[in-house]
Design a protein around this ligand. Structure first.
Ligand SMILES: Nc1ncnc2c1ncn2[C@@H]1O[C@H](COP(=O)(O)OP(=O)(O)OP(=O)(O)O)[C@@H](O)[C@H]1O
Ligand SMILES: [Mg+2]
Length: 331
């Protein structure tokens, strides 16, 4: 399963000052994501964390140029895939890139699976969209892929419809479809969140296995810092549409710099049975269109200085560790 599409030495994905606005039917134009930059190399997994509504899914789907239904996405900045900017690329060319160079795994597999078709029909279509292969070869590949993602009785499952499978099995099928064309970039948006706890652990183990074998670049979105710790090489922490901290994974846990990251880490339950121990960040995330003037986290921050309420912090670099916070304003 080694990835043969690999690029040279440069990053597979590089975002340069990417901002995303959504044009919606009744709410007008909403600025959802602002000024995100990072690079991601082959074989590396970037974990993306942040509270609900901070723009993780919009960021992920914008890379494939898939706007939510009923909206239109406006991207500014650059999204470089193998050095080629996708921002000006039209829908026709994007169809060739989706599923081939980039693939996505969604939280709810039914978003991507068609309930009306057998698994094998959907997988064959995905395979044949990008490869010239005959029926027999596609059947062989489908069974091989289903085996690879740990589906028992893969021949039988291939003949079934999505509703005949459990949530965990459907997610395995989604993963099989996503890896079928050996993408260079795999985006997984909360792939374990909708599943039972025991199944979550199995799917996470499968994702780790895929990471080792596919050697693709992976963007892995999760609410769960515990999950991120297990799979990510780098972590990006988002708050209200902005990158607030980015660093190698170990450092986020051993030396978080942004007060928001520290608060997220404090809110991980130490014991699953004792809800009393849970730390919660005071107040709520600001609304789109009513963002605080300075640092967007400042109204909720225990360390906020007067300056934080007035001026946006610029980004401070310390090796690969990046943070936007006035606490480190004069480093
Ligand atoms: N179809 C839409 N129309 C209008 N606004 C939208 C739409 N989809 C998302 N948004 C807004 O964009 C922002 C970011 O949403 P997004 O789904 O990316 O958040 P998220 O970080 O993935 O949250 P979660 O952790 O709950 O999945 C939110 O404020 C949301 O209200
Ligand atoms: Mg989401």
């Amino acid at each position: 399963m080694n990835n043969t599409n690999q690029a040279g030495k440069g990053p597979i994905l590089e975002l340069r000052n990417l901002s995303i606005a959504l044009r919606t039917g009744n709410a007008g134009v909403l600025n959802i994501v602002e000024n995100i930059s990072f690079s991601l190399h082959q074989g590396h997994t970037l974990g993306v964390v942040g509270e609900s509504g901070c723009g993780k899914s919009i960021l992920a789907s914008s890379l494939l140029k898939l706007a939510p239904n009923g909206t239109e996405e406006r991207l500014s900045g650059q999204v470089l895939l193998d050095g080629h900017d996708l921002v000006p690329v039209g829908e026709k060319a994007m169809r060739q890139i989706r599923g081939h160079k980039m693939a996505m795994i969604f939280q709810e597999p039914m978003t991507a699976l068609n309930p009306a078709y057998r698994i094998e029909t959907q997988m064959r279509e995905a395979l044949r969209a990008h490869k010239r292969i005959g029926y027999r070869e596609s059947q062989r590949l489908i069974v091989e892929l289903l085996n690879q993602v740990g589906i028992p009785q893969s021949r039988t499952v291939a003949r079934q419809f999505p509703h005949q499978l459990s949530g965990g099995m459907r997610q395995r099928v989604m993963i099989a479809m996503a890896i079928s064309c050996m993408p260079e970039l795999l985006i997984a948006d909360e792939p374990t969140t909708a599943l039972d706890v025991t199944i979550q652990a199995q799917i996470l183990a499968l994702m780790k296995d895929i990471k080792e074998k596919l050697k693709a670049a992976i963007i892995f979105i999760s609410h769960d810092m515990g999950v991120i710790r297990e799979i990510a090489d780098y972590v990006m922490v988002m708050y209200a549409g902005e990158l607030v901290e980015y660093s190698p994974c170990d450092e986020i846990f051993s030396r978080p710099l942004h007060p928001y990251t520290s608060a997220l880490l404090k809110s991980i339950p130490r014991s699953k049975n004792n809800a009393d121990e849970l730390y919660t960040i005071r107040d709520t995330v600001p609304q789109i269109g009513a963002m605080p003037r300075g640092c967007r986290f400042s109204p909720r921050c225990d360390c906020a200085l007067p300056r934080c309420h007035e001026e946006k912090p610029s980004e401070i670099f310390e090796g690969e560790h990046r943070v936007r916070c006035w606490k480190y304003g004069n480093i």
